[in-house]
Each structure stands twice: as structure tokens, then as C-alpha cells.
Design a protein around this ligand. Structure first.
Ligand code: AMP
Length: 296
């Protein structure tokens, strides 16, 4: 797929130069560009980002690229679901204007170690940073590179990956990029489980029990104003640990901006409860905002 090809109503590009030419025509016509980066295996969560971009931007580009540099576990990378044909179908149904499907060589022409290095201080040390060393370095690297290629007016990302949004916001600031970052709400299954490309790897019994993650986050939200936050973290951790097949890595109640642990509900205007747990062989993360008042 060297050249741009119309995929019925949606355009598909593999080469950055072909995508850029196409986007330049739309910019010249006065359209703003909205960008949704993904790793494919698309579900309603991803499509909600496309719809949000459609509502705000004149032209929406979605990228599908399973970025090797953000996987700290080779097994996780090799098992990552790849469903390109179905993804294209879903994107078209969501009225995405173009899909960008670059190869590794196009994203990293100078090798996997290329690109600027960012310093995130405490933002990439806690939570995911603690359990997935190097993960956010890879995330910042690929999003920076994709933003370089697409040059969108806005980038749409999901709250589901709350720490990732904080990292990308900081990367955009440090790189001085002129792009608006829009954080979109987490889309959930009926039982509250956050939609994730990894959910398809859950065994039937595990899937039936996985709603517990959201129920514990809700438990924290309901009690946060009147019980010590450390007790709530402990209670949620115990509840998750006692579920067969669950191996929680953390339950943390943090400041929504600095991601530092919050000891007391009155300490911050913006508080988020975050969880990471293994369910069998699948690692799931989720979060809910438990307080957001004032400017946040
Ligand atoms: P991924 O393909 O997992 O890298 O995700 C691509 C984008 O979709 C990221 O910005 C995610 O935060 C977002 N996303 C993933 N799951 C959901 C969800 N359940 N609700 C909203 N956004 C999501």
C-alpha cells in the first residue's frame, strides 16, 4: 500500500508523505485536523474518540500502530490483538475521514531509539511507571513522532489511560507543540468494565468477574468524602486480591495533576482513584475521578 487508496468513503495511508499531502489539501480548504492515535483492535472506546473529533474538527485521522517501544513485556506485544480488517470497517462506520497505518520503518526511520528524550519527573515514576518501566518513554516517543507526521490541531485521548494523558500533556508542553489535547470519558461495558483491546483475552469466568474493578473504584468514590483515603485503598486492594485469578498491582488515590498520592480528601481539588490488576494473564487498568472542583 505505497500510495494513498480510497477505502470507500475513508482514505487509508501508509506513507507519511501521502498522508501529509492529503492533509495539506484539507488545511488549505480551511478544515481543522483532529487526530486519534490507537494500537488497533478497536472498540467503542476508540470510536468515541473518533466521534468527538468528528464533532469538533473538519477532518479526522485515526492511526493504527502497535508501538513496540512502549511494551516492556515482549509477550504482551506478541499477544496484542490485531484485527485490521474489522478496524477499518469500524472506522468507516464511525465516519472517520482517514486512517494512517504506518510500518515500523516509517514511524522510526532512524531506529527504535530515535527521537527526543523527555524528563517527566514524578509523572512517570508512580503507578504504571513503577510496574511498566520504560513504558511512558515509548508512549511519549511514538506520540511525539505521530504528532510530527500528522500536525493536527487537536489530539483525542481516553481518560481510561489517565496517566498516559498526563504524560502526553507534559510532552506537548516540553516539546512546545501547538496541539490541543482533549481527554474523552471512559466508555464502559454494561457491568462497568472499561472497554479495552485486552478484554478479548479474558476467559469467560474472568470476564464475568472483571466488573469488580469498576465496583471498587465506585466504592472509593462513594466513601472518599468521609473515610480515610488510605483505608479505602486498602479495602479495594483486599477485595481485588481475594477474587480468584486477580492479582492487583496497585490501588492509588492521587492528585489528578501531579499524580502524587493524596492522603486527605481536602488536600486537593482534583482527585483520581487508579487501579491496575492482573486478571489471569491479562493486565487491566482503570480509574475514576472522585473529586473535581474549581479549576481542577
Ligand atoms: P490504545 O489503542 O489502547 O492505545 O488506545 C488508543 C486510545 O483510545 C487511547 O487514547 C486510549 O485512552 C483510548 N481508549 C482506550 N480504551 C478506552 C475506553 N474504554 N474509553 C475511552 N477511550 C479509550
Amino acid at each position: 500500500m505505497g500510495e494513498a487508496k480510497p477505502c470507500q468513503a475513508m482514505w487509508a495511508f501508509q506513507l507519511p508523505s501521502s498522508l501529509q499531502k492529503h492533509l495539506n489539501r484539507h488545511r488549505a480548504a480551511g478544515n481543522s485536523i483532529g487526530f486519534v492515535p490507537t494500537m488497533g483492535a478497536l472498540h467503542e472506546g476508540h470510536l468515541s474518540l473518533v466521534r468527538q473529533s468528528n464533532a469538533e474538527a473538519g477532518f479526522t485521522v485515526c492511526s493504527i500502530f502497535v508501538n513496540p517501544t512502549q511494551f516492556n513485556d515482549a509477550g504482551d506485544l506478541s499477544k496484542y490483538p490485531r484485527t485490521e480488517g474489522e478496524d477499518l470497517f469500524q472506522l468507516e462506520r464511525a465516519h472517520c475521514d482517514a486512517v494512517f497505518l504506518p510500518s515500523e520503518e516509517e514511524v522510526y526511520p532512524s531506529g527504535l531509539d530515535s527521537g527526543p528524550v523527555f524528563e517527566f519527573g514524578p509523572l512517570d515514576k508512580a503507578m504504571e511507571g513503577e510496574f511498566r518501566p520504560g513504558h511512558f518513554k515509548g508512549v511519549a516517543q511514538v506520540v511525539h513522532r505521530l504528532l510530527q507526521i500528522v500536525s493536527p490541531d487537536a489530539i483525542y485521548m481516553g481518560q481510561k489511560d489517565f496517566q498516559q494523558v498526563a504524560i502526553v500533556r507534559e510532552m506537548i508542553r516540553q516539546a512546545g507543540l501547538k496541539v490541543r489535547l482533549v481527554m474523552c470519558p471512559t466508555i464502559r461495558e454494561k457491568d462497568g468494565l472499561a472497554m479495552s483491546s485486552r478484554n478479548v483475552r479474558l476467559l469467560e469466568g474472568q470476564r464475568l468477574r472483571a466488573g469488580l474493578i469498576y465496583r471498587q473504584l465506585e466504592m472509593i468514590r462513594e466513601n472518599a468524602g468521609h473515610e480515610p483515603l488510605a483505608d479505602l485503598e486498602k479495602r479495594a486492594l483486599q477485595s481485588l486480591s481475594s477474587e480468584p485469578g486477580f492479582r492487583p498491582e496497585y490501588v492509588r488515590i492521587v492528585d489528578g495533576k501531579t499524580l502524587r498520592s493524596v492522603g486527605d480528601y481536602s488536600e486537593s481539588d482534583f482527585i483520581v482513584a487508579c487501579v491496575a490488576t492482573w486478571v489471569g494473564e491479562v493486565r487491566l487498568i482503570d480509574n475514576v475521578v472522585i473529586k473535581h472542583s474549581g479549576e481542577g
